[in-house]
Design a protein around this ligand. Structure first.
Ligand SMILES: *[C@@H]1O[C@H](CO)[C@@H](O)[C@H](O)[C@H]1NC(C)=O
Ligand SMILES: *[C@@H]1O[C@H](CO)[C@@H](O)[C@H](O)[C@H]1NC(C)=O
Length: 228
């Protein structure tokens, strides 16, 4: 008799999938956004800050300019938080477990690169078409990326070795501790997708969280590749 109950179980699973219709998706998205305001922090209790965790995937060094003391990199940030206003009961929507919204429709965390060599602007700004992915508990995943160009003091301590320490200072500019807290996901830069640079070796990275001052410092040490 066991196989019959298994068969019923599987039928149950399949029928659950089969009932996820366009109407379910339409009902879910319109219900979620009906009273939604993206200018409110996504907490039911508005006195509690939003906890955002940030992972910093470094893809490559675009340019390191020793004269202008400027480091430009391409990176992707992994941002995770919980939007308590975007939760639902899957059974009410044909078992739908996830939903995507474009970032211009929903609340997203604001942070900036402080020691930028360009204008200070919200990271990921202009990427309003990027998707934010949610599960039914409101767990949000957002992956904005781009070029960051930071001011980087050239270090001649170990001259003639061409080694430099650069910091990227990321801050939740102007946000109080009651509004939002960002915490780093790891103690080092994430280099899983890193493509080495021919001229500069990345020899060491570190991530330091200055909680009181609302910023995270991503540090790297670069060593020049001597081409003889
Ligand atoms: C939106 O808010 C109004 C007024 O509070 C309420 O009557 C309505 O049920 C809400 N709609 C949804 C989908 O939550
Ligand atoms: C909201 O959070 C604050 C701080 O944790 C707490 O003191 C307060 O009781 C909460 N309010 C409600 C309505 O749960």
């Amino acid at each position: 008799m066991m196989w019959i109950s298994y068969a019923i179980l599987f039928l149950g699973l399949f029928s659950k999938c089969a009932t996820q219709t366009i109407d379910d998706a339409r009902a879910l998205t319109s219900s979620l956004l009906a009273n939604y305001s993206r200018i409110l922090k996504p907490k039911l209790n508005q006195t509690v800050p939003v906890q955002v965790s940030i992972g910093f995937h470094w893809l490559t060094i675009l340019e390191f300019d020793e004269i202008q003391e400027k480091l430009s990199i391409i990176c992707v940030t992994y941002l995770f938080w919980k939007d308590e206003l975007l939760t639902w009961t899957p059974e009410d929507y044909g078992g739908l477990l996830t939903v995507e919204f474009e970032s211009h429709q929903v609340w997203t965390p604001m942070f900036v690169l402080v020691n930028t060599v360009q204008d200070i602007k919200k990271f990921g700004y202009g990427d309003d078409w990027l998707y934010v992915n949610y599960d039914n508990y409101g767990s949000a995943k957002f992956f904005p990326g781009g070029v960051l160009s930071a001011k980087c003091d050239v270090d001649v301590t170990y001259f003639p070795f061409d080694s430099h320490k650069c910091n990227l200072q990321i801050s939740t500019w102007g946000a109080s501790n009651n509004y939002m807290n960002i915490t780093p996901m790891s103690a080092v830069l994430l280099l899983k997708y890193y493509a080495p640079n021919g001229k500069w070796d990345l020899i060491y990275t570190a991530v330091v969280h200055f909680k009181k001052h609302h910023y995270i410092e991503f540090t790297c040490y670069l060593l020049g590749n001597l081409v003889l």
